[in-house]
Design a protein around this ligand. Structure first.
Ligand code: SF4
Length: 458
């Protein structure tokens, strides 16, 4: 998962891209970067490890601004899905000599090692590097036409991408893969604003946004906006986990409000996983709305019993080396809410189990009589090769345990209940989605988890 942004218009380009990236910080905290292109076709990039404000300081941006008359900019916040945290390479990624392209992308190219071999690359730095090289080579085949290259791209890649591409023509092109795994939206008035999530556009550009359709390619040279489609024709399967965890609650993805989908997840969960208790306590932030739905449907009052240290960031998207420590430090307990009470603790998902075990121990130490864990999504059983960092099935808690009771015991909970896949799908309400991490059914014909694992690692 990453966040991408772009802007073409008469306002200060780097300031607008910076503002969009700040609104997308929840999608990646490892690195940040901006690429700008001038009307004369000079490209400048600044990127580095850290949060948006650490990397894109006022001094850095001022130096960039002084390098010419800026036409457009793209930006990225990163959470690595290939190459690992230590080898994480910040984006935007630039390729080319003379004619250059910079890309910022959100997704994963599962077959990037195979692609690198077919391109004759001696070293594949990561999937972003290989994706950029693939687009560049295809562009050369199509006599410099990036749009034609992007129309052809799905015939080469297995995986997911939402991306912004900046060229030295200069031109900005935005594209979403034909299955539409990851979000991408834009506002076009007298300027073009692009962001991974509509929530960022609401804040920076207003609420008259449009989502980029799966497979759509939009090109803007500052004068005319041209729309086209990829050649491949497939059924869209947007990522259902965006609704569970990734996206901001104030985002709309595929026409569905993330906030409302999360409330409905809690309602569905209460129908199939009820329990006698005194209080519903959400795990902030992404468990809050499912807890509201659970409370509404069960009639058990909701109280905020956990305080979250926001300065420590989102556990799921942290590198493994610091995830455990952070999960110990991140939450404080409001003792008055949980003492001598039967608590229903509602969270969005359990992937590795790092956070939940610590939380239950803290609740018991604060006097909770019983702790019943309820999860707004089904058990996370299979790895994702389309944009999140679960490369092996053995990393997943459910695959390290024999049964749900065993997981409850391992975590120290009195009971554990998950949403059903049917309940989750009803909550989101789309006819076709990717739910492979819950079901093992990947939306690529003939590919299952074993085959994708092999493709990803060789
Ligand atoms: S496998 Fe899960 S996380 Fe990955 S794209 Fe599909 S639904 Fe999303």
């Amino acid at each position: 998962m990453c966040g991408i942004a772009a802007y073409v218009g008469s306002s200060d380009v780097s300031d607008i891209v910076l503002e969009l990236l700040i609104e997308l910080q929840h999608r990646g905290q490892e690195s940040a970067g901006i690429a700008l292109v001038t009307y004369q076709g000079y490209m400048n990039v600044v990127r580095g490890k850290g949060l948006v404000f650490d990397v894109l300081t006022p001094d850095t941006l001022e130096r960039l601004k002084n390098r010419g008359n800026i036409f457009a900019g793209i930006g990225h916040v990163r959470y690595s899905t290939s190459g690992g945290f230590l080898n994480s390479i910040p984006q935007p990624f630039v390729v080319g000599d003379g004619f250059k392209i910079a890309i910022a992308f959100n997704g994963t190219i599962a077959n990037y090692l195979q692609l690198a071999r077919s391109l004759g690359l001696r070293k594949a730095l990561n999937d972003t590097h290989v994706l950029a090289e693939t687009i560049y080579r295809l562009t050369k085949e199509y006599h410099g036409d990036v749009v034609e290259a992007l129309r052809e791209l799905p015939n080469y890649v297995i995986g997911s991408y939402s991306m912004v591409v900046l060229t030295t023509e200069p031109r900005l092109i935005i594209a979403r893969d034909p299955r539409g795994f990851r979000p991408l939206a834009y506002v076009f008035n007298d300027a073009l604003y692009v962001a991974s999530e509509t929530a960022a556009l609401n804040v920076v550009a207003g609420d008259v946004w449009r989502e980029v359709s799966p497979g759509e390619i939009i090109s803007f040279d500052g004068f005319s906006l041209e729309r086209s489609k990829v050649r491949a024709s497939v059924t869209p399967t947007p990522c259902i986990f965006e609704y569970v965890y990734f996206a901001r609650p104030d985002t709309v993805f595929n026409g569905v409000s993330v906030y409302e989908a999360r409330i409905r997840m809690g309602i569905e969960l209460a129908k199939t996983s009820s329990v006698v208790a005194d209080v519903v306590v959400p795990v902030p932030e992404s468990g809050r709305y499912a807890a509201m739905g659970y409370s509404r449907a069960s009639g058990i009052p909701l109280e905020e019993g956990l305080f979250v240290n926001r300065y420590l960031g989102r556990g799921f998207i942290m590198p493994p080396t610091i995830r455990r420590k952070v999960s110990e430090l991140k939450y404080g307990i409001v003792k008055r809410v949980v003492e001598d009470r039967r608590v229903v603790l509602v969270d969005d998902s359990i992937v590795r189990g790092t956070t939940m075990k610590n939380l239950i121990l803290k609740l018991r130490n604060s006097g909770a009589k019983e702790v019943h864990v309820r999860i707004a999504s089904p058990p996370f059983k299979y790895p994702c090769f389309m944009g999140i960092d679960i490369a092996s099935r053995m990393e997943l808690l459910i695959n390290r345990s024999r049964s749900i009771n065993e997981i409850a015991k391992y975590m120290g909970a009195d009971s554990l209940g998950y949403n059903t896949l049917g309940g989750l799908m009803r909550a989101v309400g789309l006819a076709s989605v990717c739910h492979a991490c819950f079901s093992g059914l990947y939306p690529f014909p003939g590919l299952n988890a074993e085959k994708l694992e092999r493709i990803f690692s060789r």
